[in-house]
Design a protein around this ligand. Structure first.
Ligand code: FEO
Length: 170
């Protein structure tokens, strides 16, 4: 693969770990602010983002390209409430979708079919992730921001299952 694409994938690995770091920070804030269900949901999201990063790492290994882990930034640590948390999740996921689209365009431009195919999985994943967070934001709008409503949605978000990792290769 071209070195430009390998660099772009390493940047995307950083973005996926940055997402994981952001969601872990959000989860900690929720745990400290009586939102254990939202904290759990965000922990699952943290795991999911880590799996995304590893998927790109494995791809670089398979293609004989070097993995270069880049520095992460300190994530935002405080939020107003659950609605504010999920609005930040939505904005963040939209920015990741934009990044995946740019990477996809680069794969097409460099005629890298394996990368195109890998990115098709990520394009679908972004549709799913944005739909999921939009649905939570819609539910929060519907039920309102009072204590009993937040308690109910928090209990519901506590049921999110752990993401399933793909079996190890080899
Ligand atoms: Fe890996 Fe939520 O984007």
């Amino acid at each position: 693969m071209t070195s430009a694409l390998a660099t772009a994938i390493n940047e995307q690995i950083r973005a996926e770990f940055q997402s994981a770091y952001l969601y872990l920070a959000m989860s900690a804030w929720c745990a400290e602010n009586n939102l254990p269900g939202v904290a759990h949901w965000l922990r699952m999201q943290w795991q999911e983002e880590t799996l995304h990063a590893v998927k790109f790492i494995d791809f670089l290994h398979d293609r004989g390209a070097g993995v270069h882990l880049l520095a992460l930034e300190e994530p935002i640590r405080t939020y107003r409430d659950a609605a504010d948390v999920f609005e930040h999740v939505r904005q963040h996921e939209q920015s990741i979708t934009a990044r995946i689209n740019v990477l996809y365009d680069a794969a097409v431009e460099h005629r890298d079919r394996p990368l195109e195919i890998l990115l098709q999985w990520f394009v679908n994943e972004q549709v799913e992730e944005e739909a999921q967070v939009n649905s939570i934001i819609d539910q929060l709008k519907l039920i309102g921001n009072d204590g009993p409503s937040i308690y109910l949605i928090d209990r519901h978000l506590a049921t999110r299952p752990a993401p399933v990792a793909e079996p190890a290769k080899g």
